[in-house]
Write a protein that binds this ligand. Structure first.
Ligand code: ZN
Length: 299
């Protein structure tokens, strides 16, 4: 039998715990039920072979490492963005995605993310702010716990294929969920991730519709040498780099994303008139103003 004073103490303790609970929610976490991901599921760099030209490799036979409990909880949509670690780096992001978590791209414009400076970020180094969970999947945009410093190869040529696959599944199955986890993989205290692990499993059909566990290398295939400790990039080996003259020429600016393009770039068509600006300038002048060269046309 518990006597009365102890019972009262327990009650007070429970009330206090409930009151203090929001303090444990991180600034990045979306309020609501957000099951904590299993950190130990992340791949170790020791198990990742050296980059050999292929931007992605399968992990664990392409089977994601979700637990039965996580899959059960994923019948309801949620988003979890892990807190930055003590080095200011992103940690695990996990979501149960559904058609409803996707933004309406016809109506919703993706907002400005240029204010976010992920760990290792340097402007003028052709880095891209890379969403861990794509905006198109979860609607989460300028969240510092969802953006890392990434290469165009990793962002566009590796991750995007899997994001598109996931988006197609959700569009085709508007009542179903996909449990989805993206974990940036860092070596030691380095500020730029060596890669990202992407795991996905369609929940209601037990992975028959969609299932993957892959590692995307955060590298550049053009020979640029990345210093992962600091985020600086040495492009002196890059072929064609010397042709990037510093003469004044015509560029198109996107004043929202703070990118500059060659006028011929396909990306220019997507810039709204409001954010589009044509300038005659040198490359360096634009970089000095805080603009980054577009990863697609590589001006
Ligand atoms: Zn461009």
């Amino acid at each position: 039998m518990i006597n009365k004073p102890i019972k009262q103490h327990i009650t007070i303790l429970l009330v206090l715990m409930l009151l203090l609970c929001p303090a444990f929610l991180t600034s990045c976490t979306i309020p609501g039920v957000t099951p904590e991901p299993q950190d130990e599921a992340a791949v170790s760099l020791d198990d990742i072979p050296e980059f050999d030209g292929s931007l992605t490799i399968e992990i664990n036979g392409n089977r994601p490492g979700f637990t039965d409990e996580e899959l059960k909880e994923a019948k309801e949509a949620y988003k979890f963005f892990g807190d930055l670690d003590k080095h200011g780096r992103c940690t695990t992001t996990q979501a149960s995605l559904s058609y409803k978590t996707m933004p309406d791209q016809q109506r919703e414009q993706r907002g400005d993310i240029s204010e976010v400076h992920p760990s290792g970020w340097h402007s003028g180094m052709e880095w891209e702010r890379m969403h861990l969970i794509a905006w198109a999947l979860c609607g989460e945009n300028a969240n510092e716990c969802n953006l890392i410093t990434g290469t165009h190869d990793c962002n566009f040529n590796a991750m995007r294929n899997y994001e598109v696959k996931t988006a197609r599944y959700l569009e085709d199955n508007p009542r179903k969920h996909v449990l989805y986890r993206v974990t940036p993989i860092f070596r030691g205290k380095e500020l730029v991730a060596r890669g990202v692990q992407m795991e996905a499993e369609s929940v209601e059909d037990k992975g028959r519709g969609l299932c993957f566990n892959i590692y995307c290398y955060n590298v550049r295939r053009d020979g640029a040498v990345i210093n992962y400790k600091t985020g600086t990039v040495d492009v002196s080996n890059v072929a064609g780099q010397e042709e990037k003259s510093n003469d004044k020429r015509l560029y198109v600016l996107n004043t929202n994303t703070m990118k500059f393009h060659y006028p011929s770039c396909a990306g220019v068509q997507d810039i709204s008139d409001y954010n589009k600006q044509e300038v005659k300038a040198t490359r360096q002048e634009l970089i000095n103003k805080g603009y980054d060269p577009c990863g697609m046309c590589q001006p």
